[in-house]
Design a protein around this ligand. Structure first.
Ligand code: N7H
Length: 492
């Protein structure tokens, strides 16, 4: 937690930047609540009238974007003065599913069909494992109870988060019951900031007009209206028009993604023998970054922890100059999930084809470290993974579009051909994302060019992945209202 997020908040905003109502927007949406620990408290509204009565009080406890920004400066000052103590910095945000919104305001249309269908209803469309239409392998509470909303409670230490959770439950009283309660936390020691497979996370976020002052090299500034309702977005992809109560609100996607870490490590080891290469390099080509975070696009041969840490360098690439997959495969996770300048078709520039699909990510790992027994058995015995969270103003056009049209789609990035050599001009099937891509019916994934291809660009190879190492085990789509909507519109 004691590090600045990749948003550059220092200095004056550029001319023409919109003025965001930061004291109305919940704090996790644009900058992210400061979090070592995050409790996800899913609830069911059992007494609507009582719940509405307590909503104005709940609204007073919400940590806003203005609060989060002030805390970033507090953390920066602490760091600059050599302080390393953990500040408590408790944060609270809240969101509602379409069921929850229907209880508070029957008949409301929030415009996004995916939000209205809910994550459970959309699972099949995302190629999640399903039995008929019903997702399989989900934690039972997501089926046994109706989930109307979620509190995100964050802080420096578990005790502070628990205390705040107790206060929230006291305020809710008998108006709501807890449907599911789980805590995520940053990994310990040197693994801090890294997800469970071992990669540094939270490096690339979109710059946001009205928040980001000077974008880092390679960071594009995206319309604030892509992430918060009430601010303009440029065509061609625009979210459904917001109703007045939605202004300064956002949609949050939550996915509990279980990670099979020893199995993934074993897969990399086994495949490194098949492909006669270092498993560390193979992993880096699947993700598009070394575990340190250094990008393959600029450091393809060897990890460079200095580049990894330097915000002036760690996003300074756009893939356009790497059409032979010399440095980074087309199928690498970060290239599939954000193709940058590599996905342009005629009039579809990066501005029109990629920028409108961006999401703000705000997840946190959950579960224990891999045990010695698991490492020895090369098999998962304890549940661990990522509480994936992202924000956008269209679930359909942003998170779902990225997951289905890009990540899962074996033909994306489209229209790629071998640039030279005996196979020049031959079409390339890139394959689904080897980390989070899901083939229809759980089919085998095949990725193009896992083998190191630098500097010749002429080495042909494919990687076959029969198993998934990231499996969804719960999900929810939430509307995260403004403070005003919580205190007034939804409470009345
Ligand atoms: Fe991904 N990983 O460890 O391999 N992701 N991700 N992700 N992801 C990123 O730039 C990972 C997931 C995006 O702009 C990094 O912050 C894992 C979902 C996007 O360059 C790493 C899981 C979705 C980016 C990982 C997971 C995305 C991104 C590099 C699940 C959306 C930014 C660090 C367990 C559909 C790309 C960084 C860019 C980056 C990993 C999930 C999307 C290391 C393990 C579900 C847009």
């Amino acid at each position: 937690m004691n590090q600045l997020t990749p948003q550059n908040l220092v200095g004056p905003l550029p001319d023409g930047a919109p003025i965001l109502d930061k004291s109305q927007i919940q704090g996790d949406v644009l900058i992210g609540l400061q979090k070592n620990v995050e409790r996800f408290l899913f609830f069911t509204i059992v007494d609507v009238a009582k719940f509405k009565d307590v909503l104005p009080l709940v609204a007073t406890r919400i940590t806003t974007t203005a609060d989060v920004e002030a805390r970033e400066f507090q953390l920066r000052d602490l760091k600059e003065n050599g302080g390393d103590q953990i500040l408590s910095l408790v944060g609270v945000n809240v969101g509602f599913t379409s069921e929850g919104m229907a209880k508070l305001k029957p008949g409301l249309d929030l415009g996004d069909t995916s939000f209205h269908n809910g994550a459970r209803g959309q699972a099949k469309a995302l190629n999640d494992p399903v039995d008929g239409d019903k997702p399989t392998g989900w934690v039972p509470e997501f089926f046994d109870a109706s989930i109307d909303g979620v509190f995100l409670i964050t802080g420096g230490e578990a005790g502070d988060v628990d205390d705040e959770g107790a206060k929230i439950l006291q305020i809710l009283g008998t108006s709501a019951t807890v449907a599911y309660d789980e805590v995520g936390s940053v990994r310990p020691g040197a693994a801090r900031g890294h997800e469970h497979f071992g990669w540094q996370d939270g490096i690339s976020q979109p710059g946001i007009a009205g928040i980001t002052t000077t974008p880092f090299p390679g960071q594009r500034t995206i319309d604030a209206g892509r992430f918060v309702f009430g601010y303009p977005t440029a065509p061609p992809v625009v979210a459904d028009p917001a109703q007045p109560f939605m202004v300064n609100g956002s949609f949050m996607v939550f996915r509990r993604l279980k990670q099979f870490v020893p199995e993934f490590d074993k897969f990399l080891e086994d495949q490194s023998i098949v492909h006669d290469m270092d498993p560390v390099l193979l992993g880096a080509r699947l993700v598009g970054r070394w575990k340190s975070g250094a990008p393959m696009a600029t450091t393809p041969v060897q990890d460079d922890p200095f580049v990894a840490r330097d915000a002036q360098q760690n996003n300074d690439f756009d893939f356009a100059d790497d059409q032979a997959q010399r440095r980074c495969p087309f199928g690498a996770h970060i290239r599939k999930a954000n193709p940058r300048a590599d996905f342009v078709m005629g009039a579809f520039t990066q501005e029109k084809a990629v920028d409108p699909r961006r999401i703000v990510r705000a997840g946190i790992p959950y579960g224990p470290e891999v045990s010695a027994a698991e490492r020895a058995a090369k098999a998962t015995q304890l549940d661990r993974g990522l509480m994936f969270v992202c924000y956008q103003t269209s679930i359909k056009e942003q998170f779902e579009f990225v997951q289905t049209s890009w990540v899962n789609n074996e033909n994306f990035i489209f229209n790629k051909t071998r640039p030279s050599g005996p196979n020049a001009g031959q079409a390339i099937k890139v394959g689904p994302d080897p980390i989070i891509g899901q083939a229809a019916g759980g089919g085998v994934r095949v990725m193009d060019e896992p083998e190191a291809n630098y500097p010749s660009g002429s080495k042909r190879s494919t990687l076959t992945e029969p198993d998934a190492f990231v499996v969804p085990t719960a999900a929810g789509y939430f509307f995260v209202p403004s403070i005003r909507a919580l205190a007034i519109d939804l409470a009345s």
